[in-house]
Design a protein around this ligand. Structure first.
Ligand SMILES: Cc1cc2nc3c(=O)[nH]c(=O)nc-3n(C[C@H](O)[C@H](O)[C@H](O)COP(=O)(O)OP(=O)(O)OC[C@H]3O[C@@H](n4cnc5c(N)ncnc54)[C@H](O)[C@@H]3O)c2cc1C
Length: 511
């Protein structure tokens, strides 16, 4: 029996896929990686025991393993770099295992999407404290743990992890033999934290426990326009220092004119569906729909726009907090209709942004800075793009900036857009959304090569000014960023957990 046959016997023949087209699709992420190596097989285990059995079989046969969640990353994290790699698609680990309303946690299979978790909690008036990435309609909770989704990650309470040798461990209080409850994360050294942000290099997350909370009764939406990125970023920092915002989202002129249209359309559709379904007939919802519908075109003449959602235990508390935030924003900007935050609240997850409005390919780079360095970061990013404007214009490569605040730090995410062929991975999701109009786009290797180079230059420019990043994979430069002793310790832990370096070789610099 070959190893692939042995693995097929574990997961079932139909879940061990050797079809070339499927392997090609699964071996690339949202960007282009010309040096990607084709996975030997795509293996879809159903539970922890099957993951452990696959890991043992792969190890004995000297194969490599790349865990994959929703596949919505662009940092080469699960893209194989060695021949003999098994692509471990964790999408079937998608059970909601326990919603504990008394102890306020939810335990889910790592293959659950964030949207699935939201749907399980919303009817109970609950939500996870971590809001999950925008890609959460496809991306998974396990992927979010491996990537370190910025914001509130303290609210991960525990993990079930399968190690490279097939051992299964539990972290947090679920790993305390006499507690038998997932309610608390910290008991001695933080084993949960060890496995987060590893982009799958330390272990395979099979279950995740997240803190949940009641959805606050009060929410106020407010949007502002600013003349410059610096004004907007300083307002964001000022609001963040108040400690009141639940979500703060900044957009540039291009985003204002393009992707807002999609989010408003999707938000209006969701609100309309809820109203039509009769699930909620509140006047507030109808008002929201009116504001979202009226919002189309509202940002067309706005340079930089900031969108806040401010919550409180009740409406009065939310209004009070919103007033404080409003004062900060009005020092530099003016208030506009809050159509965008209402639409985003109605529809927090969408992957439509993985292509531009006209089907352009898209890829971002991000960087996080302390609030005190917002001005330095703004100057650096604007100088970077000014120096490359002619080259980008020549190749018709457009760029936009998103910026967010999920805590007391500022995240900026410049994004590149250019016309190029649509990948099989994109196509699969466009088919699911019944969007066929972009699939005929022609290859554009010249523009692609320029994006690849300039994206790497931007990553390095951010690195030089001390940016922190998540989603490291094989792309961001963790080894050089860390002090040598700390990185050495991480490497020693890698060698302890995965001495043959079988799990995601290349990630975090380990080959
Ligand atoms: C339209 C769009 C919007 C996005 N918005 C956001 C956003 O708002 N915030 C944000 O942070 N990111 C965002 N992203 C980036 C990305 O989707 C997230 O980082 C997401 O968390 C990736 O999850 P995934 O399940 O798709 O992981 P994958 O892409 O499948 O994997 C990512 C990495 O995690 C590893 N991995 C996956 N699952 C596991 C597991 N169970 N155990 C161990 N390792 C695993 C993989 O090997 C890989 O290294 C966005 C992407 C798109 C396309």
């Amino acid at each position: 029996m070959t190893t692939i046959e042995r693995i097929a016997a574990v997961v079932g023949r139909e879940h061990c896929i050797t079809d070339k087209a499927e392997r090609e699709l699964m071996s690339q992420d949202i960007f282009f990686w010309p040096d990607a190596v084709l996975a030997e097989a795509v293996v879809r285990p159903a539970d922890t025991a099957q993951v452990a059995a696959v890991m043992k079989a792969a190890r004995e046969a000297g194969l490599y393993v790349a865990p994959r969640g929703g596949g919505m990353s662009y940092t080469k994290g699960y893209v194989p770099e060695r021949a003999g790699t098994i692509m471990l698609d964790l999408g079937r680990l998608n059970q909601i295992e326990e919603v504990n309303e008394q102890d306020l946690y939810i335990r889910v299979g790592a293959g659950c999407t964030w949207a699935q978790v939201r749907e399980a909690l919303q009817p109970r008036g609950l939500r996870t404290v971590i809001s999950g990435p925008i890609s959460g309609v496809v991306s998974t909770v396990g992927g979010g743990m491996a990537q370190n989704v910025p914001g509130s990650m303290d609210n991960v309470l525990g993990l079930e992890v399968v190690l490279a040798d097939g051992r299964v461990i539990h972290t947090g209080s679920s790993g305390v033999t006499r507690t038998k409850s997932d309610f608390y994360r910290y008991y001695g050294p933080d084993l949960t934290g060890l496995f987060m942000g590893d982009t799958g290099a330390y272990g395979i997350k099979t279950k995740v426990t997240l803190r949940i909370q009641p959805i606050p009764a009060g929410a106020v939406f407010a949007s502002f326009s600013f003349d410059t990125l610096k004004d907007m970023a300083l307002a964001m920092a000022g609001v963040a220092r108040l400690g009141v915002t639940n979500k703060s989202f900044g957009m540039d002129p291009l985003k204002n004119r393009t992707s807002t249209k999609v989010s408003l359309m999707e938000g209006a559709k969701t609100l309309g569906d809820v109203i039509r379904s009769g699930r909620s007939l509140t006047e507030g919802l109808r008002d929201s729909l009116r504001v979202v519908r009226a919002g189309r075109g509202v940002l067309d003449d706005v340079e930089w726009s900031l969108h806040l959602t401010i919550e409180g235990i009740d409406e009065v508390a939310a209004q009070y907090a919103a007033e404080l935030a409003r004062r900060v924003c009005l020092e530099r900007g003016r208030e506009i209709e809050p159509s965008v935050p209402i639409a985003m609240r109605a529809r927090p997850f969408s992957i439509r942004g993985f292509l531009g409005l006209e089907g352009e390919r898209w890829v971002p780079v991000h960087a996080m800075f302390p609030l005190s360095r917002v001005e330095t970061a703004v100057d650096a990013v604007q100088a970077f793009f000014a120096a490359r404007k002619d080259e980008l214009d020549w190749h018709e490569i457009r760029y936009a900036f998103l910026s967010t605040i999920n805590g007391p730090y500022w995240l900026i995410e410049p994004m590149f857009y250019w016309f190029d062929e649509i990948s099989p991975l994109h196509r699969r999701h466009l088919d699911a959304q019944k969007i066929a109009k972009f699939v005929k786009a022609k290859p554009n290797p010249d523009a692609r090569a320029v994006v690849q180079r300039i994206r790497a230059e931007l990553r390095d420019a951010f690195f030089d000014i001390g940016a922190i990043t998540s989603q490291i994979g094989k792309y961001y430069r963790l080894p050089e960023a860390m002090e040598p002793g700390a990185y050495q310790l991480l490497t020693e832990i890698k060698d302890l957990l995965d001495p043959d370096r079988r799990l995601n070789p290349g990630n975090l610099g380990w080959r």
